[in-house]
Design a protein around this ligand. Structure first.
Ligand SMILES: [Zn+2]
Length: 109
């Protein structure tokens, strides 16, 4: 089994009714992600910074943007592929700077 197969999606299903994303990988594994979970794990620099601060500081108050993020995708344009290596999600709160690489998604799943 190569790392490539583990990080290459065969099929990506974005299920807005169930509020989840399902990815079937080439190695046969299927990962299911709740949209809330994906939104809270947004890999953009801003959100990453927030998560790091929250981890390091017990009393840290996360920015409401991230803490209250709903994890809802724009139904007319929920996500797009970025090249061969990543997905970009379009959240209804306007946040869209996170590029979720397949390597990152596989790790999250
Ligand atoms: Zn973000």
């Amino acid at each position: 089994m190569t790392t490539d197969q583990k990080q290459t999606p065969l099929d990506i299903a974005i299920d807005l009714k169930q509020s989840e994303v399902r990815i079937k990988w080439q190695d046969g594994h299927t990962s299911v992600y709740a949209l809330d979970f994906l939104r809270k794990n947004c890999p953009c620099a801003l959100c990453e910074e927030e998560r790091k601060k929250a981890e390091a500081t017990p009393m840290y108050v996360m920015s409401p943007d991230l803490a209250n993020a709903l994890g809802e995708l724009d139904p007319s344009r929920p996500a797009e592929k970025v090249g061969q290596y990543a997905l970009q999600f379009f959240w209804t709160d306007g946040h869209r700077s996170g590029i979720y690489t397949y390597a990152y998604l596989r790790q999250l799943g």
